[in-house]
Design a protein around this ligand. Structure first.
Ligand code: UDX
Length: 470
């Protein structure tokens, strides 16, 4: 039987809140700390504040009981054995991660630290951060034997964060002390022993099979690098397939066939080979930039990462050129846009390629009717409705009298549209799909001009494309 370990989680954003309720689900008592009083009040009242599957259920099960919410980091420090730091590490102007919130938390922990604690880096941080945290604690009067700093990076994806936490591919613990490594081992024992997966009161429907995940023990620096290297590699995979998709477009080949042929090689694997309008979200753009910056500071030539970023920027421009190739002049064109979130199943618009494309098209003089199942309210904050932009009530309403339909986010409901109704609503039967949600043959049967990513165009408009470039 695993033993409960009192845990503090500092920061109640995506990573912190998910970690807090999942540790509770694993049997540990948790204190979740945030310095935003309104957030704490909302969480105590059961409002999850973010759109995430299974989070409402878990918050409902444990709030104000096995998970307590507070603004008092001192109390949490005194009561808990392990303190997970899950505060934001935003991108600074130079591309590095801004670690000032992490430093502030370390200094505050130091004020209340009187007995041994494990301080855990949960936020994505650059290599050497553990040493800076140790230095901050020591400078603020904490004796070295009273703490260890370990790295336990999180690999959760938005939308499936709870399932990713409880059913991870691997758990990485970077610890340079046996004592600290053992405490982290105890914390994750319900998962690594398989005990959690035998329980009858698990979350219904979450995951039917679960092999206990491996726990990889590394040095602290290696764990810090694993997180950045993993995200940078996934971003690289996406940029790679996007570049290949451009090659397919130029040769009239089909990127889906190419990706399938590549992915069947077990050394490459089929995942993260979906071409599109580029990666976005709160992690990949920031982490690639931060990893590049780490390499620069260490004098390592890792220019490959700059190329990954370059392809990602070009992919959005290329999509706008594709719209131009279908519609000739963009000024004055009315466009229906489906999708604003950076990916389907989330209301998150941070670094969303869809929003960037909407910006570019508005600057080109288009007028846009946009619809997203979850992200309209957030988008309104950065792109208020105005003369050239309106938010539609559904996909069909967005298409009313539009010159073309653009698909920018991979929501499942956008792949199940009533194509007959769409065809009747649009002024011209033109769809430009940045997420390859439809079979080109089906689009052809419905009489659409259909341009997607890296696949042969239906009713090609190459002549127009060539003359508009001329
Ligand atoms: C990512 C990582 O997957 C996760 O491990 C890490 O902890 C945080 O960052 P997330 O940002 O939630 O998670 O999104 P993810 O599902 O990985 O997608 C990121 C972006 O890549 C999205 O914009 C998505 O549309 C795009 N993408 C993903 C592609 O364009 N093609 C693909 O094949 C996969």
């Amino acid at each position: 039987m695993s033993k409960p370990i009192p845990i503090a989680v500092v920061g109640s954003g995506y990573v912190g809140l998910v970690a807090a309720v999942c540790f509770a689900e694993m049997g540990h008592p948790v204190i979740c700390v945030d310095n935003d009083e309104r957030k704490v009040a909302a969480l105590r009242g059961g409002d999850t504040l973010i759109h995430e599957h299974y989070l409402p259920e878990l918050l409902g099960r444990y709030r104000n009981d096995r998970v307590r919410f507070t603004t008092d980091l001192g109390e949490a420090t005194r009561e808990c054995d392990a303190i997970f730091i899950a505060v934001g590490t935003p991108q600074s102007e130079t591309g590095d991660a801004d670690l000032s919130y992490v430093e502030a938390v370390a200094c505050e922990i130091a004020r209340s630290l009187t007995s041994y604690k494990v301080i855990v880096e949960k936020s994505t941080v650059p290599v050497y951060t553990n040493e800076w945290i140790s230095r901050a604690l020591e400078r603020n009067g904490v004796e070295r034997h009273l703490f260890d700093v370990v790295s336990n990076p999180e690999f959760l994806r938005e939308g499936t964060a709870v399932a990713d936490f409880l059913h991870p591919d691997r758990i990485v613990v970077g610890a340079d002390s046996e004592r600290a490594g053992a405490i982290l081992g105890d914390i994750y024992a319900p998962l690594t022993s398989g005990e959690y997966y035998q329980r009858a009161d698990g979350i219904p429907g979450m995951c039917s099979v679960s092999e206990p995940p491996p726990l990889l023990m590394t040095s602290t620096k290696s764990a810090e690098i694993i997180k950045h290297a993993s995200n940078a590699f996934l971003a690289l995979k996406i940029s790679f397939i996007n570049a290949v998709s451009n090659l397919c477009e130029a040769t009239n080949a089909n990127v889906e066939q190419v990706a399938r042929g590549m992915g069947l090689d077990s050394r490459i694997g089929p995942k993260f080979l979906r071409p599109g309008i580029g990666y976005g979200g709160s992690c990949f753009p920031k982490d690639v930039a931060a990893f590049r910056s780490v390499a620069d500071q260490l004098g390592i030539d890792f220019n490959l990462l700059s190329e990954v970023e370059k392809i990602n920027v070009q992919q959005k421009r290329r999509f706008v050129s594709k719209v131009r190739s279908a519609l000739w002049n963009l000024r004055g064109k009315r466009l229906a846009v489906l999708g604003l979130a950076f990916k389907g199943d989330t209301d998150d618009i941070r670094e969303s390629p869809a929003i960037e494309i909407v910006h570019m098209l508005l600057n080109e003089g288009c007028s846009i009717a946009a619809f997203d199942p979850a992200a309209i309210e957030r988008t309104r904050q950065v792109l208020p409705e105005g003369n050239n932009l309106r938010y539609a009530t559904d996909a069909y309403n967005a298409c009313a009298d539009a010159d073309a339909l653009l698909i920018l986010t991979d929501w499942t409901e956008f792949s199940e549209l009533d194509l007959r109704q769409i065809n009747q609503s649009l002024r011209y039967p033109i769809i430009i799909d940045g997420r390859n949600l439809y079979d080109p043959a089906v689009m052809s049967d419905h009489g659409f001009t259909y341009l997607s990513v890296g696949r042969p165009a239906v009713h090609p408009v190459r002549d127009l494309a060539a003359s508009s470039r001329a």
